[in-house]
Ligand binder design. Structure first.
Ligand SMILES: Nc1ncnc2c1ncn2[C@@H]1O[C@H](COP(=O)(O)OP(=O)(O)OP(=O)(O)O)[C@@H](O)[C@H]1O
Length: 229
């Protein structure tokens, strides 16, 4: 099992009240599995994914990524673990604006051999059809190209777990298909994907879709299960 969440919960203070953003979520994702969690705005999707990604510590519960609890690590160890074991794909790309396409893809490579890292980054950039954009900065790219750079960066360390938050939210149909096909292929090669989205179209690419409402996974009867052949 690549990913295991046990009774994860998180609340935030909002004025004089507390908002229970995620409320006791447990699930597992195995190698080869593409799981989507679908729900409306504000139901806790991003909070859940940030906790899974080692970026926001849960109030209670446990995250295990390939058997490791990222919150049991020191801050430095956790940052290194994140960069080598997880790939992130977000709606807003989060590219570094002043770096070229090549250097953005190289950002996870900090402590590795630079020649090897460049070779790998160039191969990924070609895989996503961006050779001609190598030395351009994000402001010079289309939104679809930006997301392809983000995908190349996410795959740099060949992680087994990819986390995606509305990865097609800003994209046209053609680029959405490129992103979703990449996620599907990633699982066919033995990785797993956990994607959160409110988009019916995007979640069709997953093998399994769970609903989320008010921070809780919905009972099975209220969710869909789609098995793609
Ligand atoms: N840092 C924060 N401080 C206070 N409240 C927060 C914080 N982050 C999230 N929330 C609240 O927690 C709830 C869940 O938010 P979250 O962003 O996880 O939802 P979401 O499903 O990802 O929404 P969207 O689809 O609009 O991005 C919301 O009520 C939100 O206002």
């Amino acid at each position: 099992m690549l990913l295991e969440l046990v009774e994860l919960s998180k609340s935030f203070k909002s004025g004089s009240q507390r908002v229970q953003a995620v409320d006791g979520i447990s699930l597992t994702v195995d190698a080869g599995e593409f799981l989507a969690i679908k729900g409306p705005s504000g139901c806790g999707k991003s909070t859940l994914l940030l906790m899974v990604g080692g970026l926001l510590s849960p109030d209670t519960g446990k995250v295990l990524i390939e058997g490791t609890d990222p919150y049991a690590l020191s801050n430095d160890q956790r940052a290194r673990f994140r960069s080598t074991h997880l790939g992130f794909v977000f709606q807003q790309f989060h590219l570094v604006p002043y770096l070229s396409v090549l250097d953005n893809v190289l950002t996870p490579a900090l402590a590795t051999n630079l020649a090897e890292a460049k070779e790998r980054a160039n191969a990924l950039i070609s895989q996503f059809g961006l050779e001609h954009r190598l030395h351009h900065t994000p402001v010079e790219l289309s939104t679809g190209e930006k997301q392809r750079v983000a995908l190349a960066r996410a795959l740099f360390h060949q992680p087994k777990v990819l986390l995606a938050d509305e990865p097609t939210g800003n994209l046209d149909a053609e680029n959405s298909e490129i992103v979703l096909n990449t996620l599907k292929q990633f699982t066919q090669n033995g990785g797993c994907v956990l994607m959160v989205s409110h988009d019916d179209q995007a979640v069709q690419s997953a093998q399994k879709v769970l609903g989320i409402k008010d921070g809780r996974l919905q009972p099975h009867s209220e969710t869909e299960t789609l098995i793609n052949s």
